[in-house]
Design a protein around this ligand. Structure first.
Ligand SMILES: Cc1ncc(COP(=O)(O)O)c(C=O)c1O
Length: 394
């Protein structure tokens, strides 16, 4: 059985002793990911794709391995996986290509729950062709998203796409995806789920959910900085990407403009294997226990207010809070002085921070549980906040 120490020893980035609660912004890479990247770079394999010589074939195998590994993680087929430098980057390319099929008066539905990378690309692409974007609203008290009003937004058949968060990168809330997919498809709309904050924590199977597109960023699940889309239901073939003319390939290669970062793909395979080497459901249960400990502890600290929903097993283990009389930046800076890494601000969940009325006070402080988080990390954060609460403000 793997102990917490064995597991933590697999993350070279933990060696400086900092308490890393910044996981929702990006996790540390696992050792096998680091090794896979270095091994590929040191081997004779580095070469571009499509050649008849050994190195080119070896690089092709690395790419194929990464597609298979990510497909296995998110419940898609290998030839449905498109890689890119980041999910945001892929979202701009994808929505721009999609919008060539939209007409003035068509509608896209986004949500107030989402990271802006699942809102702004749709808004800009829609604006270019005269389509409209409607925002599904969250509950202004706890930021949860009821997907039922989607019906009203899709009923007239003019909604082309629904773009919805799989789990919030701010509050961890995970909306009812099964219901959202059912409503979208009932009225002939396609649905894209932003899985970036979900896939690291919750079992997510694109085929079982029936989503048309699922995004995920490997650097949120112990891999290297990159993004990936699982594009299903033949959409990769139906939609023509912006591409250079000779790149007349079938499948995902047609979408991956320019030369891929093949060494990064080697790391992605190792990270995906790490993710699936244990039961994601069991990992989620452990993370939820730590989240409950953290959230209960935060309620006890004088002056701390937790925002977002209560702890349940079906959400991401991320919590946001504010401290009376102090800006989120000030809290972040104090925690950094105690060698505790968190994030502050809107964390790009711009609509959600506005809807919760937290913009004027500078957003929130965000802490997240990941696989290498321990009870000691939680205790360190709570102790530092208790120390801060005893200091004079202003
Ligand atoms: C929920 C969510 N979606 C999308 C993104 C954007 O991902 P990327 O950094 O790969 O562009 C992030 C990044 O933090 C995120 O948290």
């Amino acid at each position: 059985m793997t102990t917490a120490d064995d597991l933590r020893a697999r993350f070279p980035g933990l060696s400086d002793g900092w308490v890393r609660l910044d996981g929702p912004a990006g996790t540390l890479p696992v050792d096998t990911c680091v090794d896979a990247i270095a091994d590929y770079m040191r081997s004779p394999a580095p070469a571009n794709l499509g050649g008849e010589f050994d190195a080119s074939r070896a690089s092709g195998a690395v790419v194929a391995g990464a597609r298979a590994a990510v497909a296995g993680l998110v419940g898609a087929q290998p030839d449905e996986i498109v890689f890119g430098p980041s999910t945001t980057n892929l979202m701009f390319a994808f929505t721009r290509a999609l919008s060539r099929h939209w007409e003035p008066g068509d509608r896209i539905v986004c949500t107030q729950l989402d990271h802006d990378s699942n809102v702004a690309p749709w808004m800009l692409a829609a604006r270019d062709v005269g389509a409209t974007v409607e925002l599904l609203e969250v509950d202004p008290v706890d930021g949860t998203l009821d997907v039922e009003p989607l019906k009203g937004l899709c009923a007239d058949g003019r909604t082309r796409w629904v773009a919805i968060s799989g789990a919030s990168n701010l509050t961890g809330h995970a909306p009812d995806l099964e219901r959202a997919v059912a409503i979208a498809h009932e009225y002939g709309a396609r649905i894209l789920v932003d899985g970036v904050a979900r896939v690291p924590h919750l079992p997510t199977n694109a085929a079982e959910l029936g989503v048309d597109v699922l995004s995920t960023s490997p650097y949120k699940w112990y891999g290297p900085h990159a993004g990936a889309l699982a594009v299903r239901n033949n959409l990769l073939r139906e939609i023509e990407p912006y591409r250079v003319r000779p790149a007349d390939y079938d499948g995902p290669l047609r979408w991956e403009t320019g030369t891929q970062q093949i060494e990064v793909l080697a790391g992605i395979t190792a990270a995906a294997e790490f993710m699936t080497s244990t039961s994601i459901a069991e990992e989620a249960a452990r993370e939820t226990r730590l989240l409950a400990l953290l959230q209960e502890g935060l309620h006890e600290v004088p002056g701390v207010t937790v925002h977002g929903p209560s702890v349940t097993p079906d959400r991401a283990p991320t919590v946001v809070f504010t401290v009376a009389g102090r800006s989120p930046q000030e809290v972040d800076r104090f925690l950094a002085s105690r060698r505790i890494a968190v994030w502050h601000g809107d964390n790009y969940a711009a609509e959600l921070v506005d809807a919760l009325g937290l913009r004027a006070s500078g957003g929130v402080v965000r802490a997240g549980i990941v696989r290498y988080t321990t009870e000691d990390d939680v205790a360190a954060l709570l102790a530092a906040l208790t120390e801060l609460s005893a200091l004079p403000t202003g």
